[in-house]
Ligand binder design. Sequence first.
Ligand code: SF4
Length: 308
Amino acid sequence: MSRYVFGPVPSRRLGNSLGVDIIPGKYCCFDCIYCQIGKTTNHQIERKSFFDPYAIVSEVIEEANKSNQIDYITFSGSGEPTLNSDLGLMIDEVKRAISVPVSVITSGALLFQDDVRRDLLSTDIILPSLDAVSEDIFRYINRPHLVVDAQSIISGLKLFRKDFRGKIWLEVMLVKDINDDEEELGKIKEVVESVGVDKIQLNTVTRPPSEDIPGMLTREELERARSFLGDICEIISKFEETPVLHGEKEWSKNVLNILKRRSLSLDEIVKVTGVSFYKAKNRLKLMENEEQIKSYHFHDTIFYMFNR
Ligand code: SF4
C-alpha cells in the first residue's frame, strides 16, 4: 500500500492527477478559514525534510508506471508542500524518470524565498493561491504566519514569473461578503496583470469548511466575478463539474481505487473527491456496510481502508 502517493484521482483542475502527499498534517504557513484539512497545528515557515525523499520518488515512479492514464503528477500535502525542503530534489528526480508533467499546488506563501522558487523551476505548472490583496482581508481569510503578508506573496509571484517557463494557474477562493466585491476583485485583477499569470481559477466555499463560516457564492455571483476578471478566468467550483464524476457509482469506484493503495481520512476523501462532507460520510457508510471498505480510529481521526 502506498504511503505517499494517492490516486490517480479525477481533479477539477488537472484532469487525472496522481497525488503525492509530502507534508504531514498539518504543517502550513496559513490557517485558512475555509480549509478542509482542519486547523493548522504547526503554523510555520521553516522548511525541513519530513520524509526520505528517495522513498517518495520511488513510490511515485512505481505508481505512475502502473497507470497510463495520468495527466499530472501533483505534489501537494496535508498542508503547504513547499515546507518540504526536499521538494526540488523530488521534482527533478521524478521528471528525470517519467515523462508525465509535474504540478505543485501551493499557497504561494514561501515564494518570496529564493530556495523555494529555485525548487519549483522545473515544474510544468504551479497552482498558487491569492484570495486577497488588501492586507486586512488577506489576514482574515488566510490567517498567515506572522512574517507572511499579501505583498510578499505578490513580490514572490513576480520574481518567480521572471524565471519560470511553465504555467501559473492562480486560484482565487471567494468568500461571500469578504473578498467578492469589485474593489477587492479589481485589486486582484491588477496583480494578475502585473504578474502575468496564465489562468485564474475561481472557486468558492462549496463544502462545509472545518469552521462554521458563511461563504458560498451563488453560481450567478461567481459568473459575475468571472466576467469582471476577464477571459483568463474560469470557474472551478463544483457548479462546473461533470456530473458523472459525482454519480454515486463513479465516486465509489474512484474512492475504492484510492483506498486499494492508501488509507485515507474522511477529510482527505472530501478533499480529493470534491463532494460534501456529509455526502462522503453517507457513501462511505454504505460501502462499509457492503464490506468493500473498513474504518479504524487513529488518534482522533477516522481512517478508511480497502477491505482485502
Ligand atoms: S493553505 Fe491550503 S492547507 Fe494551508 S490552511 Fe489554507 S487551505 Fe488549508
